[in-house]
Design a protein around this ligand. Structure first.
Ligand code: ADP
Ligand code: ADP
Ligand code: ZN
Length: 214
């Protein structure tokens, strides 16, 4: 099964993608996580991506597409994957379509996690991330067992540099301009499905399972 998660930054794509990955035994592929791992390791790619991420801008397609295609070509993606944060532009979607169709395969679903902008800003300021294992929490809605510490790996949780309110607003603008057109793109292909992302995380997941099947 090949799934794409669509939605604004902070809509809950990552939270749901991790649950989908576990239930359906497919890898969770997040371009944001790949970039952050590279920034942490201070690779050349990481340093280049950071310039854009810190400003709330998208990393250029050329760089992003290469990372994504390398990742989905790995063995563990043979039976499918859930993409979180990719594609974010029409050209990225076109490259993905081409790569998938060259294998005589297709994307099964593009799930749009819909949350209004005003709720997004609240969610982002409460988001805490583990840069070691990629787990995400929310100080009010989804708190870790021990404040500031990742339940899964024991590392310290951080407020991402790009989750500060001034950058969030910019990322939302970028989302509306460059990423939102993908909703129409996948709708035309007949694989778009919408879920109400403002519900409790478990209810959002139930809605997704109803789409994907048990
Ligand atoms: P969020 O979880 O808030 O949606 P991500 O972790 O997906 O954020 O992405 C963080 C940042 O990484 C983005 O703001 C952007 O700068 C960069 N990024 C991630 N995926 C892509 C992509 N597909 N194209 C361009 N930039 C990307
Ligand atoms: P995205 O990957 O779309 O940027 P995340 O999955 O990281 O979004 O979620 C953004 C923030 O909102 C995180 O702090 C997360 O814990 C929290 N969150 C995710 N889903 C919900 C939900 N259904 N209700 C409340 N908070 C949520
Ligand atoms: Zn962790």
């Amino acid at each position: 099964m090949k799934i794409i998660m669509l939605g604004a930054p902070g809509a809950g794509k990552g939270t749901q993608a991790k649950m989908i990955a576990e239930k359906y035994s497919i890898p969770h592929v997040s371009t944001g996580d790949i970039f952050r791992a590279n920034i942490k390791d201070q690779t050349e790619l990481g340093m280049e991506a950071k310039k854009y991420m810190d400003q709330g801008l998208l990393v250029p397609d050329e760089l992003t597409v290469k990372i994504l295609l390398d990742r989905v070509a790995k063995d563990d993606c043979k039976n499918g994957y859930v993409l979180d944060g990719f594609p974010r532009t029409i050209p990225q979607a076109e490259v993905l379509d081409k790569a998938v169709s060259e294998l005589n395969e297709s994307i099964d679903f593009a799930i749009n996690v819909d949350v209004k902008d005003e709720n997004i800003v609240k969610r982002m300021s409460g988001r805490r991330a583990c840069l070691k294992c990629g787990a995400t929490y929310h100080i009010e809605h989804i708190p870790p067992k021990k404040e500031g510490i990742c339940d899964k790996c024991g590392s310290e949780l951080v407020l991402r540099d790009d989750d500060k309110p001034e950058t969030v607003q910019k990322r939302l603008n970028v989302y509306h301009e460059q990423t939102q057109p993908l909703i129409d793109y996948y709708n035309k292909k007949g694989i778009l499905r919408e879920v109400d992302g403002s519900q409790d995380m478990k209810d959002v997941f139930s809605a997704i399972v109803a789409i994907l099947g048990e």
